[in-house]
Design a protein around this ligand. Structure first.
Ligand SMILES: NC(=O)c1ccc[n+]([C@@H]2O[C@H](COP(=O)([O-])OP(=O)(O)OC[C@H]3O[C@@H](n4cnc5c(N)ncnc54)[C@H](OP(=O)(O)O)[C@@H]3O)[C@@H](O)[C@H]2O)c1
Length: 249
């Protein structure tokens, strides 16, 4: 198959590209670094010409609902419109488990993305996944206040990126299936513990006080609202397995 991976240089995208290529698919990587700005649409039509499927693993770093909604609506609209004109038969988007159960700016953007995909003219699949194991490292970097690294109190069931990427390529090969069954890691973790274990494993030092985020989103991530339901498909790689495979600091 000819597969276009929007965001193919990102954390998830790199793995999707690798797995798709290992399976013998021809892959086009759609990123600004490769001359395709999905948000403005520059270079998009050409990049999608002759593609069978698009896997959208784009992201933005904003936490603002307005900015995230604009980003995901514009990028999805452009991918769908150019895909429709180019005869793309399958648009596949990666979303997040619980985006409709926890009020958060970025999640508002992901919900808007899902709605855009559902109402587009290209047959679609939406795959929701839980946080990646790497989320511990991302939060360590993003929640730094001076020498402190705030460790959020959050229940999560993290999954290995390779298992998410494998599922996305499986779905691309299978064809449009609309809302796929959610995927999650094999067991629940506390983000605080994940961050501290990751920091110890990679030789980071510094104080990591546990923080309960105030407000409705803080309550949602503490009360299990973003955990997968009983019908989710579970991966096999635990956070501890993943951490043990990371280089020690
Ligand atoms: N991280 C998690 O725990 C998690 C869990 C579940 C689902 N997800 C979802 O997985 C998806 C991928 O997340 P990620 O963490 O892998 O993202 P990421 O590492 O931040 O990568 C984002 C990618 O998007 C590209 N990009 C951004 N703006 C672009 C534009 N205007 N035009 C073309 N390319 C653009 C970037 O390349 P350039 O900057 O070079 O353009 C990069 O390749 C997201 O939709 C996220 O919601 C993430």
């Amino acid at each position: 198959m000819e597969i276009a991976v929007a965001g193919g240089t990102g954390i998830a995208g790199t793995e999707v590209v690798k797995i798709a290529q290992q399976r013998g698919h021809r892959v086009r990587v759609l990123t600004r670094g490769n001359g395709v700005d999905v948000r403005s649409g520059a270079g998009l039509e050409e990049a999608l010409s002759g593609a069978d499927a698009v896997i959208d693993v784009l992201s933005t770093s904003t936490q603002s609902a307005r900015a995230a909604t604009e980003f995901f609506t514009e990028t999805s609209s452009h991918l769908l419109a150019a895909g429709h004109r180019s005869g793309v038969g399958h648009h596949l988007a990666l979303s997040i488990v619980g985006v409709d159960r926890a009020p958060h700016g970025y999640y508002a953007g992901k919900l808007a993305q899902e709605q855009t995909v559902r109402s587009g003219q290209v047959p679609w699949t939406i795959q929701r996944a839980t946080q990646f194991h790497d989320f511990a490292a991302q939060t360590y970097r993003n929640a730094a206040v001076g020498p402190l690294h705030l460790a959020l109190r959050m229940r999560t069931q993290p999954i290995a990126i390779v298992e998410v990427a494998t599922r996305l390529v499986d779905l691309a090969e299978a064809g449009p299936s609309e809302r796929a069954r959610d995927i999650a890691g094999p067991q629940e973790e506390q983000l605080v513990d994940m961050m501290r274990s990751w920091a110890a494993h990679t030789g980071r030092s510094g104080w990591m006080p546990a923080l309960s985020l105030p407000g409705a989103f803080g309550r949602a991530i503490r009360d299990g609202s973003i955990l997968p339901g009983a019908d989710a498909d579970l991966g096999t790689v635990t956070f501890a397995d993943w951490l043990n495979a990371q280089p020690r600091g």
